[in-house]
Design a protein around this ligand. Structure first.
Ligand code: FAD
Ligand code: FES
Length: 283
């Protein structure tokens, strides 16, 4: 069992932080790895990126958006409760070297893994330019944390309530048009955002890494659920990724595959629980 040592609401009813005691994982985890967690015997395993880890305390911190059955149940747990499974580190860690100038683009909850990624990139001597995007200022997360690990930070909101009005790609386009020499782009967020970032950088030959979020079942390369088309090859998101060359990814195929279980997920969220006793006033 994995004890929850801290729980914090970042955005009421939408986004929460959870620090979990998992010393074996904390010792080995690196930027870009992810974990799979399961709340109880009856639950499903879900993948989560790493927001932070503390090797001395033996803890790993995740941040999750409440969207369906399992994340709703997760949001009902309290400090002192435990998770049945917390597996990791999974996936390949993000390539960290001195590249030069790296633009890190986080959309929505995709901002989470940039905390360790930007920190390590800066430590390795890169100039880190971060662009964070959200629908509006109330949904913007981790501005302070990512800002601390960046040389420059830009914000874009769809409705213009914070930073530039528009998309993260508008900010990236301006940097390119202004002649900023960009050696690498890392984009993590909605699939459509990663697709457009990759399309934008391709003509300029800017190496672009995206972190993909296919539906995962086991997270260890056994079930084939997270199959992706990368160039002409089939890859598994959980063991070959989650980071891939954005210029080679078939994003349309990923979008189609991720929508396969929409009906079942809706059913599970509405009728299969997905809300714990506390929300039903029974706790
Ligand atoms: C490598 C990886 C890292 C991730 N890191 C984070 C993270 O740090 N924080 C976070 O909040 N979420 C993260 N996710 C997404 C998270 O795993 C899903 O939100 C979660 O599985 C949803 O479970 P649920 O039962 O609450 O919702 P479900 O009822 O299963 O799904 C609800 C909705 O979420 C969508 N969804 C389901 N699975 C995924 C998925 N794997 N990726 C994207 N959308 C999905 C479905 O299309 C559906 O519409 C990550 C996914 C992957 C693959
Ligand atoms: S999640 Fe099963 S093979 Fe990747």
């Amino acid at each position: 069992m994995y004890k929850i040592v801290k729980r914090e609401v970042l955005i009421e009813g939408d986004t929460e932080l959870m620090e979990v005691y998992a010393p074996r994982i904390a010792k080995r985890i690196n930027a870009g790895n992810f974990i799979m967690l399961r709340i109880s015997e009856k639950g499903e395993k879900i993948p989560m990126s790493i927001f932070d880890y503390d090797r001395k305390k033996g803890t790993v911190t995740i941040i999750f958006k409440i969207i369906g059955k399992t994340t709703k149940e997760l949001s009902c747990l309290k400090e002192g409760d435990s998770l049945l499974n917390f597996l990791g580190p999974l996936g390949k860690s993000t390539d960290i070297e001195k590249f030069g100038t790296v633009v890190c683009i986080g959309g929505g909850i995709g901002t989470v893994p940039f905390n360790p990624i930007c920190r390590d990139l800066k430590k390795a001597g890169n100039k880190v330019i971060s662009i964070l995007g959200a629908r509006n200022k109330d949904l913007l997360i981790l501005e302070k944390e990512i800002g601390n690990h960046s040389n420059e930070l830009y914000i874009a909101t769809d409705d213009g309530t914070k930073g530039q009005k528009g998309f993260v790609t508008d900010v990236l386009k301006k940097l390119i048009d202004d002649g900023v020499k960009i050696d690498r782009v890392i984009a993590i967020g909605p699939i459509i955002m990663m697709k457009f970032v990759s399309q934008m950088t391709k003509p300029y030959g800017i190496k672009t890494i995206v972190s993909l979020n296919p539906i995962m079942v086991d997270g260890t390369g056994m079930c084939g659920c997270c199959r992706l088309t990368i160039g002409n090859e089939t890859k598994f998101g959980c063991v070959d990724g989650p980071d891939f060359d954005g210029h080679l990814v078939d994003f349309d195929n990923l979008m189609l595959r991720n929508n396969r279980f929409l009906a079942e997920e809706k059913e599970a969220s509405e009728h299969g629980g997905g809300e714990c006793a506390c929300k039903k006033g029974k706790a």
